[in-house]
Design a protein around this ligand. Sequence first.
Ligand SMILES: [Mg+2]
Length: 290
Amino acid sequence: MPIDFTKTTGFLVGVDSDGCAFDTMELKHKECFIPNIIHHWGLKGVSKYAREVAEFVNLYSKNRGVNRFPALVEVFRLLQRRPEVVARGVKIDIPEVLVEWIKQETKLGNPALQEYVDRTNDPLMTKALAWSIDVNKTIDYIVGEGVPPFPMVRESMQKLQGQADILVVSATPQAALEKEWANQDLAQYVQAICGQEVGSKKESLSFAKLYPANHTLMIGDAPGDYKAAQANEALFFPINPGDEEASWQRLFDEGIDKFLNLEFAGAYQQELLDDFDSHLPVHPPWKQLD
Ligand SMILES: [Mg+2]
């Protein structure tokens, strides 16, 4: 899906939406994704563990913010190795057809999955699509008109206005994203909104090539956001999970000025990355089978 984008200033700022601009990660995962994982994938017998694993993968680990399909596979992988799940005799299968699709498709959203299902009629992919569609329906119902942005998000957008082009870079479906940014009256500050149908975060941030070195900053709450920044030689300002308010305050008070004054790269960037790293573990807190 192509998008309209015009460079109007000398700087570019990419900003992630879920869990970064908006405090929607907890609500979406705990109330929308996880109940549908348990329902669609036959995990009622191990719901407690499925919930714990899915929360770890999507909210409290280095996988935070990963696209829903690879995140689902990771949930199955971790569940397979939980002793409690094995003890209950619940067999967790990894849908290999989904794993293959994830490897080959860059636009990991319902339109591409629908197209795959129409072409192949694969039963596991049909199930994945039904799950994904129900997740979106639940988000519509539960999240509804959305939640307000974190404190200092609007103020930061206003501070950047006229000095930097702002791009929403997200793995959320385009329609949901446009609705959230419009409902919270934030769409007025951004040059373009890039959801999952536009491409991966890395692809969407590739407008960075229109700007000189150290003139693009990505703001995100997950390692995937940092990877998208690195791939495009952009700087990165982390919104630390669990410490979002302080992070936005710091961006407003100090980060934006350092970026616009070209004082961001180097020691300041490293200090922010070290702090971010300490907020997200790699290994789950429970015992895993080998
Ligand atoms: Mg995020």
